[in-house]
Ligand binder design. Sequence first.
Ligand code: 5GP
Length: 204
Amino acid sequence: MTVNRGTLFIISAPSGTGKGTIVSEILKSDPTIYFSVSATTRAPREGEKDGVNYFFISREEFLGLIKTGGMLEHTEFCGNLYGTPKKAVYDKLDAGRDVILEIETVGAMNVKAVCPDAVSIFILPPSLSELRRRLQTRGTDSEEVIARRVAEARAEIEKSKGYDFVIMNDDLSVAVGDIKTVMYASKKLTRLNQNMIEGVLQKC
Ligand code: 5GP
């Protein structure tokens, strides 16, 4: 029996929108989903682990990976390089597992260009002032970095207009439920089920 290919989900959200918590809730509820661990040249934040949150690598290593075709996509964001290692993503999709990429908007559009079947979901904060408040409460960034992240968020929210789905994170459990619903429904998209239709047509 042939294995159905997994679905590639792209989740983007401005920093401080709660996407980390949302994604970990989704992964907890379905351990078959593979979370793609990105590579970055940014320094680890307190509590972040190499190989779990990110692969923390040097700029030289990162540029080497791009050169050898090891990245599905990559971009520079707030002065640091971020990228999706290609092999792990394709291996899991081929094995029939759904994959989540948690990446920013430029990377999302680049993935859509090479994987048009990918399903993109954008998580919105309730407002920019609430986003600023959440970043301040998190206490991991300086005021200068927070100002930069809020400005970046505004530009990213503009780009959410090109996503397949937008979900507001006003209430965590509602947002998690909404994303699960969207993921479930996406797997029924006609464009992702051409083989199933052909299979039915071939049976007499
Ligand atoms: P942070 O530094 O807050 O962890 O991440 C900054 C931004 O980079 C977030 O919007 C996050 O989604 C994005 N990001 C993380 N990994 C990747 C990646 O592999 N590719 C791209 N394009 N963006 C990423």
